[in-house]
Every structure is written in C-alpha cells, then in structure tokens.
Design a protein around this ligand. Structure first.
Ligand SMILES: NC(=O)c1ccc[n+]([C@@H]2O[C@H](COP(=O)([O-])OP(=O)(O)OC[C@H]3O[C@@H](n4cnc5c(N)ncnc54)[C@H](OP(=O)(O)O)[C@@H]3O)[C@@H](O)[C@H]2O)c1
Length: 222
C-alpha cells in the first residue's frame, strides 16, 4: 500500500509540472532528497514485507486510505522537489548535510526498532503456538524502548524532520508557506501520535510489570 508514494514522487519529479525548464540536474539537493525518499519507501514497501512476519489483519479501509494518501503525498512531494524551490546552493551548506545525517540516523533507528518488534512478534507467536494459545503481544525491550513505547515512530519523525529541514536550507526556516515536506511531517505526527498514546495506555493496562518510567513516544515528556 506504500509503493505508490515513491512511484508518484518519481513520476511528478521527472514530469516537473511546476518547473520552467524540466527537472533539476542529477547532482542537486532536490534529486538527493527525492532519492532518499525512494530509499525509505523501497525498504518500507518492498524489503520489509519480505522479511516481516505476517501482520494481524486490518480493516480494508485502512490500506485503502493509506494508498490514497500515498498517491497524493508522493505526487505533491515530487512536484515540489522538481519546482526549483529547494535552493541548489544548499549542496554546499554544512547544514544541509547535517540535516541529512539526522535523516539517516532516524531511518536507521526506525528500521532497528521495527526489527526488534518483528523478532518479538515471532517469539510471542511461536511461544503461543507451542502452548496452543491465541497469539499475544509482549513487552518490547532494547534500544530506545527503555525510554518510550514507540521508538520506531519517534525515529521516523526525526527522519522526516531532518528531510524537511534539509529542504529549507538556504531558502530559510520557517518556510514562506507550508511546503509539502512539512505537510508530510505534520500528517505523520497527526496519524501516529494518537496511535502511540493509545498503544502506550494499552501496554500499561495489559502488563502489570510494564516499566513505569517509559513514556509513549517523547522521552521523559509524553
Ligand atoms: N501506523 C501508522 O500510522 C504509521 C504511519 C506511518 C509510518 N508508520 C511506520 O510503519 C512502521 C510499522 O508501524 P505500525 O504502526 O504499522 O506497526 P507496529 O505497531 O509498530 O507493529 C509492527 C509489527 O510488530 C508487531 N508488534 C508490535 N508490537 C508488538 C508487541 N508488543 N508484541 C509482539 N509483536 C508486536 C506487530 O504485530 P501485529 O501485526 O500482530 O500487530 C507488527 O507485525 C513503523 O516504522 C512506523 O514508523 C506507521
């Protein structure tokens, strides 16, 4: 359901509907940002489903809405990145590369914590199968799970924060208007924050020994 995002981004990037003279050159901040977005979704939509244990079924409306969202988001981001709004001079700015380091750290953290959850799921499901019980969830541990219940979400936000900040280097922060990278980050926050807060509440209710100091998604705060 997430594969439309990189495909639409690539499509509108090459089409460049808002640019006066075609898409930016290959060696440009815009092309690098587009490539990094595609790398994230290549992992999320192609590699992760291949290595992930089977997920619990969800209502059909969830993948349908996610697909529509990805179509719109990918197209908007592609059109924005190819429009010339991302300053070519950002390439020579240390700030651009520093924000991309945050992107890379966020992506690595997101994948690492997703992998911890996947192996926990394999263990809890195997144990339940052995005892002929219904599959159940466990208390995730390792990495930033010491601080929050949803470190995979936190890392994903940091990843897209780095990406959005990199897109504003040399055009100035805050941007003149709510650009698509910021709309994308805000929409992720709006969708994932309530899920993290309610999931955290569920963990605390379900497990008597759930670590008391652990927060939902922002270390020490929320
Ligand atoms: N959810 C969103 O709205 C959203 C939006 C944008 C990006 N993402 C990204 O998508 C990735 C996956 O997030 P998600 O919310 O879809 O899934 P998730 O709740 O993080 O779960 C991922 C996998 O781990 C299993 N799992 C989770 N908690 C477990 C526990 N306590 N014990 C055993 N197994 C457990 C789940 O099993 P089940 O399938 O059985 O539940 C599922 O297979 C993350 O990197 C996130 O940042 C999510």
């Amino acid at each position: 359901m997430e594969i439309p995002a990189p495909l639409c981004l690539l499509g509108t990037y090459i089409w460049a509907p808002l640019a006066a003279s075609g898409p930016p050159p290959l060696r440009s901040p815009s092309t690098l940002l587009a490539a990094l977005f595609c790398a994230h979704y290549l992992h999320r939509a192609v590699i992760q489903p291949l290595i992930s244990p089977r997920r619990s079924p969800s209502h059909i409306i969830v993948p349908l809405m996610a697909t529509v969202y990805q179509l719109c988001n990918g197209s908007l981001l592609g059109a924005f990145l190819s429009s010339g709004e991302v300053a070519p001079a950002a390439w020579d700015s240390p700030a651009f590369w520093a924000w991309l380091c945050l992107f890379a750290a966020g992506m690595a953290g997101n994948i690492y914590h997703d992998n911890l959850l996947m192996s926990l799921r394999r263990r809890t499901h195997a144990a339940a199968k052995e005892k002929n019980e219904k599959p159940h969830y466990g208390v995730p541990r390792g990495g930033l799970f010491a601080l929050v219940s949803y470190p995979n979400y936190l890392c994903e936000w940091l990843e897209w924060l780095g990406w959005a900040m990199a897109s504003t280097v040399r055009t100035g922060f805050p941007p003149k208007y709510l650009t698509p990278p910021w709309v994308f980050l805000l929409s992720e926050l709006c969708v994932m924050l309530p899920r993290a807060v309610s999931g955290h509440g569920w963990y605390k209710q379900k497990f008597d020994d759930y670590p008391r100091e652990r927060k939902a998604v922002i270390p020490w705060l929320l």
